[in-house]
Design a protein around this ligand. Structure first.
Ligand code: SF4
Length: 469
């Protein structure tokens, strides 16, 4: 994926196991399968029923956990996390799972998403004496649980969750329980599976496949699952309002081999490509996709248009993360290092280049220019989602509004900037139809496309997003 240079980053992936002798090892494999959701930090916390202990660090799953450390992580229950830092920034202390010890017991938590009322809750909690260990929004939940007046842990957690607003898939582990919670809109994907008698939970089902676990079902919006020696109990901590799973999970973030809400991600993307071929018929010689996330849509476009799919771009898999720098000039260099045009495929050809989205426009401009330098006579850019005009407040780093090229530019203006011979975006209706939906209100968050968000956005959150451009 070109996330690092495109300016579109997922914020986290979570994985948990309850009741398996290889809990930490399974979590390692699960996190490895979820690595695309965050590459800046990772951690595992394990429980043996008496104590919680963990290992975490800044880097990739394969870089952080040594064989010696894994051998120390003994216990039958574990949670893990991969992180891409936006809210609260990077740094070792923000790497999750967060682990808290107190006289009454220990608590570990892993969070995927972003709380839109974190700042006001933090302000309130600090006023009551809380001292935060991290600058991440995720920690707020631990303080709310600790301060809850209820006796039983599950009641404390439900009480704390009811105060959160925004996107959250949380794994909360104590010595005796694993709790799994999803926000009332179900903004982030979260699935439950089993491996023999053990339960597993993951941000994406691709993590089940890698460990041979069986998918059971998706966690419902507003649901709290409590897994313990007594088995699995499901409760609603909030009334599920409008279901609003992030559309970008289908368009870009999730792995093609994952299923979300029963829909395979590759198939959804392929359908988006097919719709695009109907909405944007173009006379051309070859169709190519920007690897990796746009290949499914490109295959769909080729299939529906009858124009052959070719591998016109290849990705260099061996570019280290250290080469990815945030400045504009280095971002452009980053595109060149990551992608190469296949001259033998594109030379003298009219090329349809399928991409999943345009964020800043920098990446698209560089790819169009790479294809033209390699001899493409025409480059038609087709995008398998509508223009991203608004920021995301729910854990996707879509950059500030000022950086989004579609926020204040027409399609023709964007076409000119990226140097394409034509530019077409998939319509909102086409994108929904690709997922078998006919109405824009049916089950998805479309905030970054439409500006209509499923939750209230708090003034301090707005200020943060509009100032950081
Ligand atoms: S605003 Fe966009 S990226 Fe954010 S959750 Fe909604 S659909 Fe996903």
């Amino acid at each position: 994926m070109l996330a690092e240079i495109k300016g579109l980053n997922e914020e986290c992936g979570i994985f948990g196991v309850w009741g398996h002798s290889d809990a930490a090892q399974l979590t390692y494999y699960g996190l490895h399968a979820l690595q695309h959701r965050g590459q800046e930090g990772t951690g595992i916390v394990v429980s043996d029923g008496h104590t919680l202990k963990g290992v975490k660090g800044e880097g990739l799953v394969t870089e952080i956990f040594t064989a010696e450390q894994m051998a120390q992580l003994t216990g039958t229950n574990a949670i893990g996390h991969v992180r891409y830092a936006t809210a609260g920034g990077g740094g070792y202390e923000n790497v999750q799972p967060l682990l808290f010890h107190s006289q009454t017991g220990s608590l570990a938590l892993a969070h995927n998403g972003n709380l839109v009322n974190a700042n006001s809750l933090k302000h309130q909690l600090e006023g009551q004496g809380s001292i935060f260990q991290t600058s991440s929004d995720s920690e707020v939940l631990a303080h709310l649980i600790r301060r809850s007046g209820f006796t039983h842990m599950s009641d404390k957690v439900k009480n704390a969750l009811s105060m959160l607003k925004g996107a959250y898939a949380y794994l909360i582990m104590t010595e005796t329980e694993l709790m799994v919670a999803l926000d009332p809109h179900g903004l982030r994907p979260l699935s439950l599976g089993c491996l023999g008698d053990a339960y597993v939970v993951a941000s994406e089902t691709c993590a089940f496949d890698v460990i041979g676990a069986e998918y059971i079902r998706d966690i419902e919006p507003g649901e709290l699952l409590i897994i313990s020696e007594r088995g699995l109990v499901s409760e609603q901590f909030a009334v599920s309002s409008t279901k609003a799973i992030c559309m970008m999970e289908y368009v870009y973030f999730s792995r093609p081999d994952s299923n979300i809400q029963g829909v395979n991600v590759h198939t959804a993307r392929k359908n988006m490509g097919k719709r695009l071929a109907v909405e944007a018929p173009i006379e051309a010689d070859v169709v190519t996709g920007v690897p990796d996330s746009s290949i499914s849509a490109a295959i769909g476009y080729a299939e529906a248009s009858g124009i052959p799919y070719e591998m016109g771009l290849i990705k260099n898999k061996y570019v280290g993360r250290t080469f990815i720098q945030p400045s504009q000039s280095l971002r452009e260099q980053g595109v060149k290092m990551k992608l190469s045009p296949v001259r033998g495929v594109v030379e003298g050809k009219r090329v349809i280049m399928v991409d999943d989205s345009i964020v800043r426009g920098t990446t698209s401009r560089r790819i169009v220019s790479l294809l033209k330098e390699a001899g493409a006579t025409e480059v038609h850019v087709v995008i398998s989602s509508p223009p991203i005009k608004n920021p995301c407040f729910y854990g996707i780093d879509t950059s500030s509004k000022e950086e989004l090229i579609a926020a204040d530019k027409t399609v023709e203006e964007i076409r000119q900037i990226i140097g394409a011979d034509s530019l077409t975006f998939l319509s909102l209706e086409g994108m929904l139809a690709a997922l078998g939906q006919t109405e824009a209100v049916n089950g998805f968050c479309l905030g970054c496309f439409t500006g209509n968000y499923p939750t209230e956005i708090y003034p301090d959150t707005l200020q943060y997003y509009y100032q950081r451009g």
